[in-house]
Design a binder for this molecule. Structure first.
Ligand code: MN
Length: 294
């Protein structure tokens, strides 16, 4: 036994003021704990903000998928807290039980329902998970849980399809992407609706911006004087936000997927369209979007 030898990492640790991550979904098959560990190895910070859906209790009700790498993630975070980094957990909807512990510290990790972070350059950002602004999880919890089951199933089906595609080395296979593509437009409108309502709320409160998660769609956008920041996720896109020492916020993509073939709009001459690399969170959004219309 023993740890596998990790290939030599050439990158040096980057010191940043803050790290913001969300939607790690520990306890699920989809959680990309290894990539998160790589990221945490590369970035050191004074503040570490965990902005919701870190441990996925919803999914664990149906079965726990807990790997050694996921254990290490928890250990590394606890260690950071022990060594004086300011670690804060802001629960999301998948770890909503933690919301009852607003203001309580667990092993040097402070739990807050929401928090205002002041950047090095003096801007005030509201930190919150963001499900409060998702009409589905807010008003139709059972639909959200249903969508969650469907999402996990689709992710697994798609993983199998990808494997088959690789083995067969052929482009003409039935793809879930086709299924998803029809709904991309509505999924995009879901994202815009979410972002708009978050931005509206932040403006009402007289803040400079917001840093949230929940919709698995990382972004740093400036909209009419408000900075909208989303941490993305560690299930699909492997993204985080860092605040540099001067207060600048940057979106880090810890993993870039191999160049994806461009999706074709139509299938000329009866040839099946080229396979599209599928973004599972888009499916999740599409599912939710469909359910809103039920
Ligand atoms: Mn969430």
């Amino acid at each position: 036994m023993g740890r596998p030898i990790i290939s030599c990492r050439t990158s040096l640790t980057v010191n940043v003021r803050s790290i913001f991550i969300s939607d790690v979904h520990l306890g699920t098959r989809g959680c990309q704990a290894d990539r998160l560990l790589d990221f945490l190895r590369d970035y050191e910070s004074e503040h570490l903000y965990l902005i919701g859906d870190i441990i996925d209790f919803w999914s664990m009700n149906r079965g726990i998928h807990w790997t050694p790498a996921q254990n290490t993630v928890v250990q590394k975070i606890l260690r950071r807290a022990r060594h004086g980094q300011k670690v804060m957990l802001i629960p999301g909807n998948h770890d909503e039980a933690m919301r009852e512990y607003d203001g309580v510290s667990f092993g040097d990790i402070l739990v807050r329902r929401e928090y205002i972070h002041v950047t090095a350059d003096g801007r005030r950002f509201l930190l919150l998970h963001g499900d409060e602004f998702d009409q589905v999880t807010r008003y139709h919890r059972w639909l959200a849980v249903l969508g969650d089951v469907g999402y996990n199933l689709l992710v697994r089906i798609n993983a199998t399809l990808s494997r088959v595609r690789r083995v067969l080395r052929r482009p003409g296979y039935w793809s879930l992407a086709g299924y998803a593509k029809n709904r991309v437009k509505r999924a995009v409108s879901f994202i815009f609706d979410f972002e708009d309502s978050v931005i509206h709320a932040v403006r009402e409160r007289g803040l400079d911006g917001v840093i949230c998660g929940h919709i698995h769609n990382a972004a740093v956008r400036h909209v009419d004087g408000i900075t909208y920041v989303n941490c993305g996720d560690w299930v699909d896109s492997c993204t985080a936000i860092v605040e540099h020492l001067d207060g600048e916020l940057e979106l880090i993509r810890a993993w870039q997927p191999a160049a994806a073939p461009r999706p074709m709009e139509s299938a000329p001459n009866g040839v099946a369209p080229a396979p599209t690399v599928l973004n599972p969170s888009r499916i999740e959004l599409a599912l939710r979007d469909r359910e809103i219309r039920l």
